[in-house]
Design a protein around this ligand. Structure first.
Ligand SMILES: NC(=O)c1ccc[n+]([C@@H]2O[C@H](COP(=O)([O-])OP(=O)(O)OC[C@H]3O[C@@H](n4cnc5c(N)ncnc54)[C@H](OP(=O)(O)O)[C@@H]3O)[C@@H](O)[C@H]2O)c1
Length: 273
């Protein structure tokens, strides 16, 4: 059911973290992976790992915020005879955007990152989705597009992260809004909302033992995910056999973090109602 032999997957932000893990998961299921990010050296070492294990990988340097570069990349891939069946829109950035100037971070960084997050997390997803959807339609591919959103885009809102939360809410709505148009070309689109995963994105925070333990108390399943916890969701939504009737869904993979009752549970656990 999860066999992807003969399929090709394009993964953005695959040089590290969740995207790198998606590349390993999809290649292990038999897909050829085309992996994209800005840092070519890191991508090459991910590709080498995959190839060493007997699977196929092609690293491509790409900045998803550059619309012209995105279109050029897919024109080039088509000219080289590549046919893309699966797209994972994973590239994303996360920075604090406190509303009060005095609350900016300790490095006195006064840059406002709201616009940067919209450009990468929203416009980047749009540029790549548009290019790949047109490619799939032209080649009559019953493709699967998976957007990596976040629980911050729905009900797990966090202080000082307004820009990130807004960008991920846009990803979720973009996913749902595209269902009808894409269905006319037999293309499915879904998103995954991860909770907290230990990746380079947040290593400075959850790499510290004490902080990690405190955060883990707020997660019903009591652990912060390693990137491999994304494997099942990615394989399920990528496979036309496993999820043929699934489009427009948002699969939450967060150990229960967005359940929201954890605080009550810990504070009132000894109270009999
Ligand atoms: N980690 C979590 O707890 C968590 C939770 C919820 C959602 N997410 C989402 O999951 C996705 C992956 O996160 P992660 O934790 O794996 O982050 P990460 O470790 O920082 O990796 C981010 C990846 O995106 C690439 N990237 C960033 N900007 C790019 C651009 N303009 N063009 C192309 N590639 C770009 C980076 O490579 P280069 O720097 O080489 O370009 C890198 O490969 C993101 O969308 C994030 O918002 C993560």
């Amino acid at each position: 059911m999860f066999d992807l032999i003969g399929k090709t997957a394009f993964i953005t932000g695959a040089s590290k973290g969740i995207g790198e893990r998606c590349a390993y998961a999809l290649s292990s299921a038999g897909a050829k992976v085309i992996i994209a990010a800005r840092q070519l050296d890191s991508l090459k070492s991910v590709a080498d790992n995959i190839i060493r294990n007997g699977y196929k990988a092609l690293p491509i340097q790409l900045d998803v915020t550059d619309k012209h570069a995105v279109n050029k990349c897919f024109d080039q891939l088509a000219q080289n005879g590549e046919v893309i069946d699966i797209l994972i829109n994973n590239a994303g950035i996360s920075m604090m955007t406190p509303v009060f100037e005095s609350k900016r971070n300790q490095q006195n960084d006064t840059k406002d990152y709201f616009q940067d997050m919209l450009q990468t997390n929203v416009m980047g997803v749009w540029y790549v989705t548009k290019a790949v959807a047109n490619h799939m339609k032209e080649k009559c591919i019953s493709g699967s597009i998976i957007n990596i959103a976040s629980v911050c885009g729905s009900n797990r809102l966090r202080a000082n992260l307004t820009g990130y939360c807004a960008s991920k809410a846009a990803v979720i709505q973009m996913t749902k809004a595209l269902v009808g148009e894409l269905a006319t070309a037999n293309i499915r689109i879904n998103c995954i909302s991860p909770g907290l995963f230990h990746t380079p994105l947040n290593d400075d925070r959850i790499g510290i033992d004490e902080t990690r333990k405190q955060i883990e108390k707020t997660i019903p399943l009591h652990f912060i995910a390693d990137p491999c916890e994304i494997d099942g969701a990615i394989l399920y939504l990528s496979s036309n056999k496993a999820s043929r009737y699934v489009t427009g869904s948002c699969l939450t993979v967060d150990g229960g973090a967005s359940w929201g009752g954890v605080y009550d549970y810990y504070v009132f656990k000894d109270v009999v109602y």
